[in-house]
Design a protein around this ligand. Structure first.
Ligand SMILES: C[S@@+](CC[C@H](N)C(=O)[O-])C[C@H]1O[C@@H](n2cnc3c(N)ncnc32)[C@H](O)[C@@H]1O
Length: 228
């Protein structure tokens, strides 16, 4: 048995009960160090822990796949939700196992940001640049959704497409500098790390644990205006 579980981001409070049960019943718990650290209080003392970094993930996942094929119950923990900026890691897990694996969704940093900054999914597009490969289709999509009047929640890519590069790109596309933006570096806080407009954002540096909201120039009507 092997299952991929969304955990966090950053705190056990945002792990589902199903995810917690699977971790407490696991023979093997695997994942990136920072994510394993979040769920560590739930890991049985008898379980084998396999941590990894970007550099050794392929080799470590090969070991997890070997344990899985030997009959161990394996839980692979992902930061936040697997379905937002987690599919390339999922692909690595499935390549190692040589078959599709079950996934348990988690709460994403994007959902936490939506809650803290009070934007609804209906009017907001989520985009991640934290991925390998060509970013251009995602960049043009970001430009287009903002031009269409939607908000955008954006995971930057360390270190070549950080919030300031996102702002510079959007300004270069001719988007109005008046778009309001927020950057959160630690979503357990109540206030954004930084708030300003796109011109100001193009001057700011943030850590790799940053997530960005670019607001629509004008909020969409709620649809309830004028209701009798
Ligand atoms: C590879 S992506 C994974 C995102 C994850 N699957 C999710 O649903 O939140 C990692 C990036 O998510 C963002 N992130 C995750 N947790 C965060 C937090 N607590 N505060 C701010 N940003 C966070 C950062 O941009 C980080 O570099």
């Amino acid at each position: 048995m092997i299952v991929c579980i969304g955990a966090g981001p950053g705190h056990l409070d945002f792990l589902t009960r199903k995810g917690a049960d699977l971790i407490t019943e696991a023979d093997v718990v695997a994942g990136f160090d920072a994510v394993v650290d979040v769920v560590r209080p739930l890991i049985p003392t008898t379980a084998q822990v396999v941590t990894m970094s970007y550099r050794d993930q392929v080799a470590q996942l090969a070991e997890v796949a070997r344990l899985h094929h030997a009959g161990k119950r394996c839980a692979v923990v992902f930061m936040g939700d697997i379905h937002f900026s987690g599919f390339q890691f999922l692909e690595r897990v499935e390549t190692a196992c040589k078959h599709p694996v079950e996934t348990v969704p988690g709460i994403s940093s994007a959902q936490m940001l939506a809650s803290k900054s009070r934007v609804c999914f209906d009017e907001t597009t989520f985009l991640t640049f934290h991925r390998r490969g060509d970013l251009n289709p995602f960049k043009t999509h970001l430009r287009d959704v903002l031009a269409a009047g939607r908000n955008a929640i954006v995971i930057p890519r360390p270190w070549d497409f950080m919030p300031k590069d996102v702002a510079a790109y959007l300004l270069g596309c001719g988007l109005p500098p008046e778009h309001r933006a927020e950057v959160w570096e630690n979503l357990s806080r109540t206030e954004a790390e930084w708030t300003g407009d796109l011109t100001q954002l193009a001057e700011q540096d943030f850590s790799d644990m940053s997530i960005l909201l670019v607001r629509a120039l004008t909020p969409m009507p709620t649809g309830l205006e004028g209701e009798a």
